[in-house]
Design a protein around this ligand. Structure first.
Ligand SMILES: C[S@@+](CC[C@H](N)C(=O)[O-])C[C@H]1O[C@@H](n2cnc3c(N)ncnc32)[C@H](O)[C@@H]1O
Length: 305
C-alpha cells in the first residue's frame, strides 16, 4: 500500500514487466480491466497511452479518478464487471484496442478496509463483494448454504483439504456475522493440526468464499474472451494472477488461442516478481503474469495463392 495524503492506494505489482509487454506509447489505446486505485493505469498514461479504466468497485474507481485527474481525457473510467466488456465498450464506438490488462483478485484497499469484510486481519462484517452493490455477500453464503455446498466451495475454490470438517463446523455454530468469528471457527475446526499451516488456517476458506461471492472464475473466462475479441492485430493481452485456479484459466485460454492461430504466447512460463519487488511489497510474492499477442495475419492466410 502507498500512503498518499489521506488516501491509501494499492501498490501495483510487476509494473515494469506490464509496461514491457503492453509497450504503452502515444497513439495507443489500452483497457485496464481492473483499474483498482490506478497504479498500472498511471504508469500506462505516463508513457503516453490513452486508457479505458474499468472496475466493478465504485470506491476504487473514485480514488483512481481523483489520483489520475491530471491526465484529463487521456483516461476514461467505466464502472462494471469486465465480463461485460462488450457492453461497456459498445457506447464508446470502439472496435479495437492495442492492449488489455487484467490484474486479478482483490486490492489492498478492499482487504484493508474492515467494513468491506474481506479479511480476518481486520475484523468486520462478512461481505467480500468487490462490487458493493453485488447481489450476494459472504454473509449470505456462510449463513444460508447447505453444508455440502459450502464444503464444495471450500474444496473447489480454496483447494481446502479440510473442507468438510470446516463446513460442518460453520453449520453447527451459525449464524456467523464477522470475519473474525469465521476465522476462529475455521481455526478451531482444524485445531488439531494448526502447526502444519504456513499460512493462517482460514486463508483458503476466505479465498474460496471471495471467489464464490464474486463469481471470479466464470468472470475471468468470459472477460478473457471479450478482451481477445477487442484486441487489434498486434495487440497484447496481459493477465496477472495470484493463485493457481486463476493462473490455470489464463494459461489454458492462451494455449487454446495459440492453437487456434489467434495468439502468439509471449510467456512460455509465467513471469514472477524479482526479489527486490517481493522485499518491498510482499503481496507481489504470488503474482504470475502471462501475456499473448494477437497475430497480425492468421497462419495459413498469408500463404494463400
Ligand atoms: C489487484 S486489484 C488491481 C489493482 C490495480 N492494478 C492498481 O494498480 O491499483 C484488482 C481490482 O480488480 C477489480 N476486479 C476484480 N474482478 C473484477 C471484474 N470481474 N470486473 C471488474 N473489476 C474487477 C477489483 O475490484 C479490484 O479493484
Amino acid at each position: 500500500m502507498c500512503d498518499v495524503g489521506s488516501a491509501r492506494w494499492h501498490e501495483p505489482v510487476l509494473v515494469a514487466e506490464v509496461l514491457g509487454f503492453l509497450a504503452p506509447a502515444p497513439g495507443k489505446l489500452i483497457v485496464d480491466a481492473t483499474v483498482g486505485t490506478g497504479g498500472h493505469t498511471e504508469a500506462l498514461l505516463s508513457h503516453g497511452a490513452r486508457v479505458i479504466a474499468v472496475d466493478q468497485d465504485s470506491q476504487s474507481l473514485e480514488l483512481a479518478q481523483e489520483r489520475l485527474k491530471a491526465f484529463g481525457d487521456g483516461v476514461r473510467f467505466l464502472h462494471g464487471n469486465f465480463c461485460d466488456l462488450p457492453a461497456l465498450l459498445g457506447p464508446l464506438s470502439l472496435s479495437q484496442v492495442d492492449g488489455v490488462l487484467f490484474d486479478l483478485g482483490a486490492s489492498s484497499l478492499q482487504f484493508d478496509r474492515p467494513e468491506r469484510g474481506f479479511s480476518f486481519q481486520a475484523d468486520g462484517l462478512l461481505d467480500m463483494r468487490m462490487d458493493p452493490e453485488g447481489p450476494v455477500s459472504a454473509h449470505d453464503l456462510v449463513n444460508r448454504l447447505p453444508e455440502a455446498e459450502l464444503a464444495r466451495i471450500l474444496w473447489e475454490y480454496g483447494e481446502e483439504r479440510h473442507s468438510q470438517r470446516i463446513a460442518r463446523a460453520i453449520v453447527r455454530v451459525r449464524p456467523i456475522h464477522t470475519t473474525g468469528e469465521l476465522a476462529r471457527v475455521v481455526a478451531r475446526a482444524v485445531g488439531d493440526k494448526p502447526r502444519r499451516y504456513r499460512i493462517h488456517p482460514a486463508t483458503r476458506t476466505f479465498q474460496a468464499l471471495r471467489i464464490a461471492v464474486n463469481d471470479e472464475l466464470a468472470a475471468l473466462e468470459t472477460g478473457l474472451s471479450a478482451a481477445l475479441a477487442h484486441l487489434s492485430p498486434g495487440g497484447v493481452l496481459c493477465a496477472i494472477s495470484f493463485h493457481s485456479l486463476e493462473d490455470r484459466i489464463v494459461k489454458r485460454f492462451l494455449r487454446r488461442a495459440a492453437l487456434a492461430g489467434r495468439v502468439e504466447v509471449l510467456t512460455k512460463k509465467p513471469v514472477g516478481p524479482r526479489d527486490e519487488e517481493v522485499a518491498r511489497n510482499p503481496r507481489a510474492r504470488s503474482a504470475k503474469l502471462r501475456a499473448g499477442r494477437v497475430r497480425e495475419v492468421a497462419p495459413g492466410l498469408a500463404t494463400c495463392p
